[in-house]
Write a protein that binds this ligand. Structure first.
Ligand SMILES: Cc1cc2nc3c(=O)[nH]c(=O)nc-3n(C[C@H](O)[C@H](O)[C@H](O)COP(=O)(O)OP(=O)(O)OC[C@H]3O[C@@H](n4cnc5c(N)ncnc54)[C@H](O)[C@@H]3O)c2cc1C
Length: 588
């Protein structure tokens, strides 16, 4: 295990923070007119004491948070990850027992005042944009993926802030911010996972006008809460008839004190993250938002947020795997030299390095797309602007569409690549990787969940393909977005070649008529899109970093970007050929 400050030892992360993230626009969207800072000056209300009053002070605040998280994650949480993994969880008389190391991890975060990073200041949280939340999630996931899930769950308070009534927000979110209640989301049922439209857990309104839920939910992370604190369980339940589909499902807040934890799963990885079977037996529940919009509006948006946090988790796990492999390869001697000098091993390490910087470009851009519309939208809705008018706001229109594409695209790409990196990192360890002596075995096991939960890779592809295809129409928003970048800096020959290939891929895919073939081969289109966009953002990073960093560092980055784009050209060529063959096969 590598013990250091996980922010300060990560050069690419720091480059993004210092030079590449569009803080100016993100902070303007998040802080508006710096209203919270003004509130503090007027009222001295402690909740707003950390609110920044300028772009610079916001950036300083975020950096302090990242350094503090980096310190605790890299020096404390990382050192206990193995114990958490080995000890795991126990269910005793309906209560889940956590390893004491994990409780210590949480106490450290709480004592440092860092707990509820995605809850607003008003309700006791840190009040930071998605772009910073994602970097925190990456840093913690690198130390211990199970613990990052634990922190992510308490942040579900943000979903309540987004959709619930003022009364519910005031009652529950401050409790979550203090760590008095945990968060959980209960969507999956034994018979319905990807196919959430058919869930059958039932919500009935009693004679007292209150709602009561009966049913069983499976695989519910932290459904048991954490340690001695119960969870607020955001639950999807059917209020319509059994065959009412997605429109018959509503969204509820359930006090976890009243459910039964029937079982916790034994898993391949994430050993200290409780995955619970939750039984509801006529349990009281509060309706969130409008009846019938549970899945189509609230859960979808909640999942989009959670998907980004899994994309960050995948990023953190990938960094952990790469750093472990690099260290091991620099120490292990075979054939009279350290194995990092053996070309086949070096190639694996180089590949991990290039993929990691590509993943981070996508992740950071995905965060920006969310920040550029979400807070503005929330502010307008809070001011009472009707939803139909909010939807007409051109900025919201542009960035929400991009966020709807970047979110599944990044979740797909980062989680798949994270698995490849973990696979190769374990390979670098040889036989030592397969035994539990080193952390890489845990990292490899933990990586495997990232492309399954919060919607499998196949479901991310389903979510992304429409946006790719409509976005690439003549006036499509993805095409416009690419054009904006083309006007900002000149594409290298390699990148232009990638764009050309991507256009051809989109064109061939559009002409495939067979619906089943289209569904089966949408992977090639979405993967090509992700690889083109990552390559474009990497070249943008070279353009933005020019004259800002040492020449040798920039030259090294150029070489890595070129390697990534070269390899991607071959992958896009192969994807084009696969699609062309399908088309010919259908014609024949
Ligand atoms: C550790 C862990 C934690 C979890 N935490 C939570 C939680 O907190 N809350 C919660 O609600 N759920 C949670 N889940 C559930 C998780 O989100 C689901 O397991 C996941 O969405 C997949 O559903 P499933 O397991 O039923 O697989 P299935 O839906 O049965 O899918 C099986 C296979 O079929 C594919 N498939 C299914 N439908 C399609 C389609 N239309 N197109 C293409 N391919 C398809 C899938 O990609 C997959 O490969 C968790 C699961 C695990 C393992």
């Amino acid at each position: 295990m590598i013990i250091s400050n996980y922010y300060n030892d990560n050069e690419d992360l720091k480059l993004h923070f210092e030079y590449l993230i569009d803080w100016e626009n993100i902070i303007k969207e998040y802080e508006g007119d710096f209203e919270d800072a003004k509130k503090y000056k007027e009222t001295l209300d402690e909740r707003f004491s950390m609110a920044p009053d300028s772009i610079e002070s916001a950036k300083d605040y975020y950096k302090t948070l990242l350094e503090s998280y980096g310190e605790i994650a890299g020096k404390e949480i990382a050192s206990r990850a193995r114990a958490n993994d080995k000890k795991g969880l126990k269910l005793v008389n309906g209560k889940v027992i956590f390893p004491e190391e994990m409780i210590e991890d949480l106490n450290l975060i709480k004592e440092a005042g860092l707990l509820p990073y995605s809850i607003s200041r008003e309700n006791g949280g840190l009040g930071i944009p998605a772009s910073v939340q994602m970097l925190i999630s990456e840093i913690v996931s690198r130390a211990d993926a199970s613990f990052s899930v634990c922190l992510g769950c308490v942040n579900l308070g943000e979903t309540i802030e987004n959709f619930a009534s003022e009364d519910l927000i005031k009652k529950w979110v401050p409790l979550m911010a203090k760590g008095e209640y945990w968060g959980a989301m209960a969507l999956t049922e034994p018979n319905y996972g990807s196919d959430l439209q058919r869930i059958q857990t039932k919500a009935i309104q009693g004679k007292d006008g209150k709602w009561y839920i009966t049913g069983t939910k499976r695989f519910i992370t932290h459904g048991c809460g954490f340690n001695d604190k119960p969870a607020v369980i955001l639950t999807l339940a059917r209020t319509g008839s059994p065959d009412s589909g997605g429109k018959g499902i509503s969204f509820f807040l359930v006090d976890g004190k009243y459910v039964e934890i029937a079982k916790i799963e034994e898993k391949l990885g994430l050993h200290s993250s409780p995955t619970c079977e939750v039984v509801y037996d006529n349990v009281p529940a509060e309706l969130i938002g409008e009846e019938g919009k549970g899945l189509i509006k609230y859960a979808i948006q909640m999942m989009n947020g959670a998907r980004l946090s899994i994309a960050s988790q995948a990023m953190g796990i990938a960094v952990a795997a790469y750093k472990e492999a690099k260290k091991y390869a620099s120490e292990r001697i075979q054939f009279g030299k350290t194995i990092d000098q053996i070309p086949a091993v070096k190639r694996m390490l180089d590949n991990m390095e290039q993929e990691i910087i590509a993943m981070r470009c996508l992740l950071v851009e995905a965060g920006k797309t969310v920040d550029m519309y979400h807070w503005r939208k929330q502010r307008m809705l809070r001011k009472g602007v009707p939803e139909k008018d909010v939807r007409k706001d051109s900025k919201i229109q542009k960035w929400e569409k991009l966020a709807d594409l970047f979110t599944p695209l990044t979740k797909f790409y980062n989680s798949e690549v994270c698995n490849k990196i973990a696979y190769n990192a374990l390979q670098v360890f040889g036989g030592s990787g397969y035994i539990e002596e080193y952390d890489i075995a845990r990292i490899y096991r933990d990586a495997r969940i990232t492309n399954i939960y919060e919607g499998t890779t196949q479901l991310q592809i389903v979510a992304a393909i429409g946006g790719v295809m409509s976005g690439m129409l003549e006036n499509g928003n993805l095409r416009q977005y690419i054009l904006e970048h083309k006007n900002m800096f000149s594409f290298s020959e390699l990148l232009s070649q990638k764009l050309d290939l991507f256009e051809k891929i989109v064109d061939v895919y559009r002409r495939i008529e067979d619906k089943e073939i289209k569904e089966a081969y949408s992977l090639e289109v979405v993967e090509s899109c992700a690889r083109f966009l990552a390559g474009m953002l990497l070249e943008k990073s070279l353009y933005l970093l020019k004259d800002k960093i040492q020449n040798s560092v920039l030259e090294n980055r150029k070489r890595i970007v070129e390697r990534y784009n070269k390899e991607s050209v071959s992958i896009l060529k192969a994807n084009l050929e696969i699609l062309q063959l399908q088309q010919e096969f259908v014609k024949a």
